[in-house]
Design a protein. Structure first.
Length: 130
C-alpha cells in the first residue's frame, strides 16, 4: 500500500501523515516506510525518530567532492541514502531535506523516486508526506 499526502503548506499534511502511520502500524502494516519529502521536514518529530542524515545531506556530500574513486555516483548515493534511513521499531523514515539550490529538487526527487521503488518491496506500506 502506498499513501501520499500533498497540499498547501500549513494544511496539516504532516500531522495527518503521522496519524495515518500510527493507525496503519496499529492495523498490522509493519514494517512501514515513511518518507518526508517536505523541505520543511517535521515528520521525524511527529514520529519520535532521530534523523542524522537526509537525502539533501548526501547530495551535498557528493557535490562537495565526497565521491570515492571507483564507485559510480548513483551507486554511492544509493548506498549513503540507505544508511540515512532512520530506523524505528515498526517504522523506518527517510527524509529528503532542503533543496539543492534555489527551488531545485530535480535530482533529489529522481533519486528519491527510484529509492522508494527499490525499498518499497521490503515494506507492507509506504507513506509519503510532501
Amino acid at each position: 500500500m502506498r499513501l501520499a499526502l500533498a497540499g498547501k503548506g500549513g494544511s496539516g499534511k504532516t500531522t495527518l501523515a503521522a496519524l495515518a502511520i500510527n493507525r496503519l502500524v496499529g492495523k498490522g502494516y509493519r514494517p512501514l516506510l515513511a518518507v518526508d519529502a517536505d523541505p520543511n521536514a517535521n515528520l521525524a518529530e511527529a514520529l519520535g525518530l532521530d534523523v542524522e542524515l537526509t537525502v539533501a545531506d548526501v547530495l551535498g556530500e557528493v557535490t562537495r567532492g565526497g565521491l570515492p574513486v571507483g564507485l559510480a555516483k548513483d551507486d554511492y548515493i544509493s548506498l549513503r541514502i540507505h544508511r540515512a534511513l532512520a530506523e524505528g521499531e515498526d517504522v523506518d523514515l527517510l527524509v529528503m531535506g532542503g533543496p539543492e539550490g534555489p527551488g531545485c529538487y530535480c535530482y533529489a526527487n529522481n533519486i528519491l523516486r527510484r529509492l522508494i521503488d527499490q525499498l518499497s518491496g521490503a515494506y507492507r506500506a509506504v507513506v509519503l508526506d510532501n
